[in-house]
Design a protein around this ligand. Structure first.
Ligand SMILES: Nc1ncnc2c1ncn2[C@@H]1O[C@H](COP(=O)(O)OP(=O)(O)OP(=O)(O)O)[C@@H](O)[C@H]1O
Length: 642
């Protein structure tokens, strides 16, 4: 939605009058514009308000008649610039990383040349004439659109709803038309009006220097050229086209400014955010980084080979999700996730907890196959039942067997589309269900997550729903295909505590009612303990402890990090009363600075000299309970003398 302002109204009315003139002027003043009066270069008079040209033709009539050709050329050049630029700018974001890199660099190079020089080069190649001028100016202005579009699309391409579309296997052209373009339309509209003024002056400039419109046709630029010859004897001859160009440019500027100032702030707010970081990181990928990543992958394979098949957590035969030795590398080669193994049984809720940056989201996104393009995942096993998630997994199965709920309900839906269209997309696309039935099922799904008036909600846009309601709708959307695994990546972090409790209740209910297995990610160990059956504690890209929620709640955690996390969690119950709240000193190491030994050693109360030597292997600490800590390893047997 655009808010109206006086400037915008004045600009639109003024341009409206000029368009009207363009339509009617050739009919009304066409004859006067070509009539040879015999009075060459006559000054301003009652009969000729702006005088006459060298052949005695009325300058005002010619200026008014030239409006049509000038406007048509300007609109065409702007359309060419917009179409080429928007196509190029968005195409890079729906292509693979290599094409994207090349496209972005190409745009950078094109933008670095001034548009008019590019136009002169194109015009010189195509030759003089109106068509050549339009093409030249259109091509010359396209990099500006491409740059803006690429920048805007970068932030939208990283949003959760685009990730969901990718998970659903939506083809690139549809991601472009349905998700990218509607969300960047307003700033592009502003640029279109600015570009209109720019192409007008550039086209007039080409005609003025003789490269644009050729006689007997004429536009304002060509009239300015002939008027210049009589500047000292009859300045009004140049004044007419000069005023016309300036006035039209200023009115287009009013429209541009009005659109920019009045663009809906709600819409603008959706650009940028959590996942944009991933998209930006993708852009930063370089070929040097790629080779570093491949060498890191080779060393990880060696590391994997070293791991013994001895006593370590094993996925049971009936596991729904099995992940073994998952390693994730940044484009720069750093190991972000350093050998994670986990499993989720059917109907089980497994929680993953850890400080920010511990690798929880990357692990989850690797399972959902939603990692940013240049980030590489590599695992011995990555399987959902019989579906191998490492290779070319079937998009239909991926889309229907894994559901994802993201942290920010505001970013989970495409703000430009109604809830109904977004919810029915997956059913129509992957289940081949018709529109009416899909809407009925979507309404039922909303009802099941306790959203009132579901039919009316389907007709609403995401911003018309409250945060909690949006998250419920997101859960409904993720459950529409009855997925076997629901990945919930911090689904309550952006919500207030009351709504958070409601969402946790809802997830519990879904798990009990439908038996949906869940991988639930949070940095809040209290939330994890209250919802999950089993808990994985992550630290610096590794799982450091695996235990049941009952053991966690009963204070049977063994790893010093888990214990420190628990001690740092506020408790309002009687058991917590009087216990001072502690903090964990220091910060986790960045992936690039992860030490060779235990990553927690520098913050650990139980640190021993050999903690610096090697990462601790998982040690059995009970039934289904493992902790990776050197302090928990059994003391080496000392051989006694015979
Ligand atoms: N696209 C990326 N490129 C490079 N590094 C990344 C990328 N995405 C994440 N990282 C880094 O990987 C590490 C793990 O990130 P991840 O998002 O998985 O952590 P997290 O535990 O989910 O944290 P949070 O709770 O803040 O989301 C962090 O150090 C992060 O900076």
């Amino acid at each position: 939605m655009i808010a109206w302002s006086k400037g915008l109204a004045a600009g639109l009315i003024g341009l409206g009058v000029i368009v009207l003139l363009a339509v009617v002027a050739p009919w009304i003043w066409g004859a006067d514009a070509t009539h040879l009066s015999g009075a060459a270069r006559a000054g301003v008079s009652g009969a000729h308000w702006l005088g006459t040209d060298a052949l005695g033709r009325d300058v005002l009539a010619r200026t008014l008649v030239a409006t049509r050709l000038t406007l048509v050329m300007t609109v065409l050049a702007t359309a060419i610039a917009g179409t080429l630029g928007i196509l190029l700018g968005t195409a890079v974001w729906v292509s693979g990383p290599r094409v994207r890199e090349t496209g972005l660099r190409l745009i950078d190079v094109m933008v670095s040349y001034p548009a008019i020089i590019l136009a002169l080069a194109v015009a010189a190649i195509l030759g003089a004439g109106a068509v050549a001028a339009v093409v030249a100016i259109g091509v010359a202005w396209s990099p500006a659109f491409a740059r803006l579009t690429a920048n805007l699309a970068a932030s939208v391409a990283g949003r959760d709803f685009v990730a969901t579309a990718r998970l659903l296997g939506v083809p690139p052209y549809r991601v472009l038309t349905r998700h990218l373009l509607p969300n960047i339309a307003e700033p592009l509209l502003v640029l279109l009006s600015v570009a209109f003024a720019g192409t007008l002056t550039a086209l007039s400039g080409l005609s003025f220097i003789g490269l644009g419109v050729q006689a007997p046709s004429y536009d304002w630029g060509a009239l300015l050229n002939t008027g210049l010859a009589a500047l000292y004897t009859n300045p009004a001859e140049a004044l007419g086209p000069a005023v016309a160009i300036t006035l039209t440019g200023v009115l287009a500027g009013f429209v541009g400014d009005g659109l920019a100032a009045g663009a809906d702030p709600h819409r603008m707010r959706v650009l940028g955010g959590r996942r944009g970081r991933a998209a930006a990181a993708t852009v930063a990928a370089s070929s040097a980084a790629a080779s570093a990543a491949s060498s890191a992958a080779a060393s990880s394979a060696a590391a994997r080979a070293e791991r013994t098949a001895g006593d370590r957590p094993q996925a049971p035969e009936d596991a729904l999700l099995t992940v073994d030795d998952l390693r994730i590398h940044a484009p720069t080669g750093e190991e972000l996730v350093a050998g994670v193994s986990l499993h989720v049984r059917p109907g089980e809720i497994v929680g993953v907890v850890g400080e920010s940056g511990s690798g929880k989201s990357l692990t989850a996104m690797a399972i959902a196959r939603l990692l940013p393009d240049a980030v590489r995942a590599d695992a011995s096993v990555l399987r959902l039942d019989d579906l191998d998630l490492r290779g070319a997994a079937s998009p239909d199965r991926l889309a229907t067997e894994i559901g994802v709920v993201y942290q920010d309900p505001a970013a989970s839906f495409n703000p430009a589309l109604r809830i109904g269209g977004q919810l029915t997309e997956v059913l129509r696309r992957h289940r081949g269900i018709g529109r009416a039935e899909a809407r009925e099922r979507a309404a039922r799904a909303l009802e099941r997550v306790h959203i009132t008036r579901p039919a009316a909600r389907l007709r609403q846009h995401p911003h018309e729903l409250s945060g909690g309601m949006r998250q419920r709708a997101m859960i409904a959307s993720a459950l529409l295909t009855e997925p076997r695994l629901l990945i919930a990546d911090e689904p309550t972090t952006a919500l207030d505590v009351t709504v958070q409790a409601e969402i946790l209740d809802l997830l519990r209910e879904v798990n009990r009612r439908d038996g949906t297995a869940m991988l639930f990610i949070s940095h809040d160990i209290g939330v994890i303990a209250s919802l999950c059956h089993r808990v994985l504690v992550m630290y610096s890209g590794r799982i450091v402890e695996e235990l049941s929620a009952a053991d966690l709640a009963a204070g049977r955690a063994r790893h010093p990090y888990t214990r420190a996390l628990l001690a740092a969690t506020p408790r309002l119950d009687a058991a917590g009363g009087g216990t001072p709240l502690t903090t964990i000193p220091g910060r986790p190491p960045a992936p690039a600075g992860r030490p060779a030994g235990c990553a927690f050693a520098s913050r650990c109360e139980l640190v021993m000299p050999h903690c610096a030597d090697a990462p601790p292997p998982p040690v059995r600490a009970g039934e289904d309970h493992w902790a990776a800590c050197h302090a928990l390893e059994p003391a080496p047997q000392v051989e006694s003398a015979p």
